[in-house]
Design a protein around this ligand. Structure first.
Ligand SMILES: Cc1cc2nc3c(=O)[nH]c(=O)nc-3n(C[C@H](O)[C@H](O)[C@H](O)COP(=O)(O)O)c2cc1C
Length: 188
């Protein structure tokens, strides 16, 4: 983007646990659709969002390594759940657990990507925030290859991968899980 980015305020937006934030993109990550809550939380108008690359809401605290992993996974047609910190138009931020999925045409080709977001439980943030800060530090000094390696060795030590790690850490439970699954269906 050529325009200047919002300056982060450090203020967190309190998300409604009963709502999900949904957006759809083309194969390149250009926003095609956002539900009302996506528009509301972002602080942009729908017109400002549609047609923009999804990095319009990227927060500078997010390591590139996470997006590298995201694209590597979804471009192969696999789903991934990731914890993401996003930046609103006024510089405030919000943390979300995001399920990234793909839509396919009748031939099985991927046509769009969809992201379903819910608030990050505080106990998940306690683990993820320092982990991302560390990854970002490595990235700033040594670049993305090193930060991806750092993340991989962190996960290997735990004998897991990113998706399984996040799924275990942040899986919705009980009523929340059912509500989230139902809400996701409405946007398919
Ligand atoms: C369906 C979908 C939803 C996305 N949602 C977000 C998001 O909420 N926040 C974000 O920073 N990036 C999101 N991305 C990733 C962006 O496309 C982009 O890769 C990321 O912001 C990093 O920007 P950069 O590649 O310019 O560094 C999404 C991508 C897809 C395909």
């Amino acid at each position: 983007m050529s325009e200047s980015r919002p300056v982060p305020t450090g203020r967190e937006i309190k998300l409604d646990k009963k709502k999900i934030i949904v957006s759809k993109t083309d194969m390149k990550g250009v926003i095609l659709y956002g539900n009302d809550y996506f528009v509301e939380v972002s602080g942009y108008s729908e017109v400002e969002l549609i047609g923009q690359p999804h990095n319009i809401i990227r927060h500078p605290d997010m390591p590139k390594a996470i997006f590298y992993l995201l694209w590597q996974t979804i471009s192969q047609g696999k789903n991934i759940t990731a914890v993401v910190k996003n930046l609103a138009k006024n510089g405030d931020h919000y943390w979300v657990v995001t399920d990234f999925e793909s839509s396919r045409d009748s031939m099985g080709n991927i046509t769009q990507y969809i992201a379903y977001r819910r608030p990050v439980p505080p106990q998940v943030l306690e683990v993820i925030e320092p982990l991302y800060a560390k990854i970002l530090e490595v990235e700033k000094v040594h670049g993305m290859r090193a930060s991806v390696e750092y993340l991989n060795s962190f996960l290997e030590e735990k004998r897991t991968n990113y998706n399984a790690y996040i799924a275990e850490l942040a899986a919705p439970k009980g009523l929340t899980a059912r509500l989230f699954a139902q809400m996701k269906k409405m946007f398919r």
